[in-house]
Design a protein around this ligand. Structure first.
Ligand code: NAD
Length: 370
């Protein structure tokens, strides 16, 4: 297949609040990066979030779920599910539903220091691999009903699920990632096995069992409380961190804070057959509609998706396009050119996006003339 003949379909779900703003920016950047590398993308826009309830009766209509089965790669904007009415079946949490029902079992969330961006350390380069399908998440850990229940007015009981299957597969993902180019062949398991002796004990035992299959990778482990401090005080020492669902959620926001904030924190939800790009941040209702959301986290999530789509031989050009996006973002941040207010600038979402596209174009021109 020639590069020019390559086409791929990517599904797009905008989510809520700033979702449509950062997703539009992401599609613009990904489209251009793919075009430069000779890949055409057919964007399939599917309804999601509160806006979809009005027209389709659900935040995640069944027809959308059915269509997603046929498309390997998706982009999901942040969803404002905390504002969804409790108990109203029209308001599924699209993020949780898709992670659970498509078995997107690992949520990969990298954090790195960027030149030009104030950071606790200038040598942060770590990845949190978070279990994504069970744990303490009420919408994920039972077949029917909800993992939180309230026997009386003054009591709530929450279930937490840890299984061998989920722990083994997320641990394997972490060890595979530790072998990637640029990584340091080190995995840290983070847990609370001193108190949650059975649940986190099982998770840790699975990490150790997987470690035995990877003699080239070093495994260490920490209790989550001690690790939270190490993450802040010695961030440059960490490489790949594997942990359960809620610990990973919390630690990845903390690691975003180490390197410039949520506007720079990307994520990819990975399963066997599907992957979903999704920034770490939420739907930021406080800045929604003002045109100042930082699109970089969602754009970098899209670059991770390109890496996943390009992992086989067929779409290798997309992997290169993902690297081009990283490089263009690095140049924009380093030049402090048209940054959004969260990064200390005064630019709009669209101006920052245009800046990244310009950098992509000039990177392509330089490569062509080199
Ligand atoms: P949030 O991440 O939306 O916002 C936290 C703070 O970070 C806010 O001050 C916000 O303005 C800022 N922020 C976040 N993203 C930004 C961006 N791209 N550019 C600039 N500033 C940004 O967290 P929250 O306020 O706790 O949650 C809001 C909603 O998002 C809730 O309904 C929550 O349930 C949901 N949520 C969704 C996801 C997801 O879809 N992945 C993740 C977390 C929270």
């Amino acid at each position: 297949m020639t590069a020019a003949a390559q086409r791929v379909t990517i599904a797009v779900l905008e989510g809520d609040d700033i979702g449509p703003e950062v997703v539009a920016a992401t599609v613009e950047v990904l489209e251009q990066a793919a075009r430069i590398r000779g890949v055409a993308i057919d964007w399939e826009w599917l309804p999601s979030g509160t806006a979809a309830v009005r027209e389709h009766g659900s935040t995640l209509p069944d027809a959308v779920v059915a269509r997603l089965r046929e498309i390997p790669g998706w982009i999901l904007g942040p969803v404002g599910h905390h504002a969804y009415p409790m108990g109203d079946l029209r308001f599924r949490n699209p993020s949780g539903y898709l992670r659970k029902n498509f078995e997107l079992y690992s949520n990969v969330r990298p954090s790195r220091s960027w030149p030009g961006v104030a950071s606790v350390s200038d040598a942060v380069d770590l990845v949190i691999v978070r279990e994504n399908t069970e744990g303490f998440y009420a919408d994920r850990n039972v077949l029917d009903g909800n993992g939180e229940f309230r026997p009386d007015e003054d009591m709530v009981i929450s279930l937490r699920v840890v299984t061998r299957r989920a722990s083994m597969r997320v641990a394997r993902q972490a060890f595979e990632l530790a072998r990637y180019r640029g990584r340091h062949r080190k995995v840290t398991a983070v847990h609370k096995a001193n108190v949650l002796r059975r649940g986190d004990g099982l998770f840790l035992a699975c990490c150790r069992e997987v470690a035995a299959e990877y003699s080239d990778i070093k495994l260490d482990d920490f209790l989550v409380d001690a690790f939270a401090m190490r993450l802040i005080t010695r961030p440059a020492e960490h490489d790949v961190i594997v942990t359960t669902n809620m610990f990973g959620d919390i630690l990845s926001d903390a690691s975003a804070g180490l390197v410039g904030g949520l506007g720079l924190a990307p994520g990819l939800n990975i399963g066997e057959d599907h992957a979903m790009a999704q920034a770490v941040h939420g739907s930021a209702p406080d800045i929604s509609g003002r045109g100042i959301a930082n699109p970089i986290a969602e754009i970098l999530s899209g670059a991770l998706l390109f890496g996943w789509l390009g992992r086989g031989a067929g779409l290798g050009a997309l992997r290169d396009a993902g690297h081009d996006i990283d490089a263009a973002v690095a140049r924009v941040l380093s030049a402090r050119d048209r940054l959004t207010p969260d990064l200390g600038g005064t630019a709009s979402t669209t101006a920052l996006t245009a800046s990244i596209v310009t950098q992509l174009d000039s990177g392509a021109t330089e490569a062509a003339t080199a």
